[in-house]
Design a protein around this ligand. Structure first.
Ligand code: M6R
Length: 364
């Protein structure tokens, strides 16, 4: 069942490029995203005045990435809510709102309750679900099935990257039908999305390089992940992955927010994983890394391979292939997953079945 891999998680990390292909390629018509076979009408994507994304855990983190991508592109409000909060709120949503529900299992109880609330408010509901025929899929107005195949390890890996691929495609189709993108721009977006597949393969090939980094983490009680913009959204998932399977206390902090509190915790005992793949905020993130270095923090820097970094800024570094800034999440996700995986293995923990966690959370 594990196809020769020691753990399901490692197998599922390796399955990601294929899962991306299975999710993206059947939905391309002449190089553009087309959801005719999914029964998702353009009118829903075109007429909404706001988007509200609701999910839990890793799925919510995919939503955070989508928000950072969608709002500047579509020029409409895009919000993300944690389902267990949303379900008890009185959200400002209506029949002009597209609520996107994300769930690998399609059975998470808080996410299901959020879907029912969104429907009660009259919103259109589109779910991004991996498990066919699951409750969330059945109860949503429209479903975008991801094609990751069964995910067995509790720590979500391939489900996260296909959720992202689905959300990127929805974003591109929305931009096209709403007039934010021309055909050429949409085609270019999809080409760059497809570039993510070899970029992920390249990072899987570099797994030993990532494994070597983990020696700086496994004996430490805490670790921080920092970044700005999209890089911050990636950091959230990096921290969750590390804590859930290695039991290292891990926290993501928007890099510019460090000096508002979190920097008090940075000492020479603290590893900081700094993600700096976004040109727009790169120099700002580097300034924050300097602040960390000044407190003795051990900096592991994740950047693109051609990014010039001044000597001494990082104690260790992993580079991802050159790829459009909007798409760096795909290779970065592989690095973050491998960091967590090798930390768990290095501590001799139960990688696939971490303590206190269930694959599908069907109770409140
Ligand atoms: O099945 P779902 O996507 O609704 O599950 C949501 C979370 O429970 C899940 O993503 C969880 O955070 C992961 N196991 C973390 O790796």
């Amino acid at each position: 069942m594990k196809n020769g891999f020691p753990h399901f998680m490692l197998k599922e990390i390796h399955e990601q490029p294929e899962a991306l292909k299975n999710t993206i390629l059947p939905r391309l018509v002449k190089g553009l995203p087309d959801f005719g076979d999914d029964g998702i009408p353009d009118t829903v994507l075109k007429q909404c005045r706001q988007v509200h994304i609701v999910a839990c855990g890793t799925a919510m983190h995919a939503g955070m990435v989508a928000r950072a991508l969608m709002e500047p592109l579509l020029r409409i409000p895009v919000m993300v809510s944690i389902a267990s909060e949303f379900r008890y709120e009185e959200p400002l949503i209506d029949d002009k709102t597209l609520v996107i529900i994300i769930s690998q299992s399609g059975e998470t109880i808080d996410t299901l309750a959020a879907l029912r609330l969104a429907k009660a408010f009259g919103a259109s509901t589109l779910s991004v679900v991996n498990v066919k025929g699951s409750t969330i899929a059945r109860e949503s107005d429209y479903v975008f099935y991801t094609h990751a195949g069964p995910e067995i390890a509790v720590a979500s890996t391939k489900a996260y990257s296909v959720q992202l691929a689905a959300l990127y495609m929805v974003c591109c189709r929305m931009a096209l039908v709403r007039g934010n993108y021309s055909h050429e721009e949409a085609e270019d977006f999809i080409k760059k999305l497809l570039d993510a597949i070899p970029a992920m393969e390249a990072m899987i090939e570099k797994r030993d390089e990532v494994k070597a980094l983990v020696t700086h983490l496994i004996n430490k009680p805490d670790a921080f992940f920092i970044g700005r913009g999209l890089d911050y959204a990636f950091s959230l998932e990096g921290a969750l992955k590390l804590k859930e399977i290695s039991y290292i206390h891990a926290e993501a902090c928007a890099a510019g927010e460090l000096k508002h509190g979190t920097i008090a915790l940075i000492t020479d005992q603290v590893p900081v994983i700094a993600i700096a793949t976004q040109e727009k905020v790169f120099s700002k993130t580097i300034s924050n890394i300097r602040e960390v270095k000044a407190r003795g923090g051990f900096v592991i820097l994740l950047t693109k391979e051609r990014t010039k970094v001044e000597p001494g800024i990082a104690d260790a570094q992993v580079s991802i292939p050159e790829i459009g800034d909007k798409f760096t999440v795909f290779p970065i996700a592989v690095v973050l997953q491998l960091i967590a995986y090798y930390a768990s293995v290095g501590k001799d923990l139960d990688v696939d079945q971490p303590r206190n966690l269930a694959k599908s959370v069907t109770v409140e």
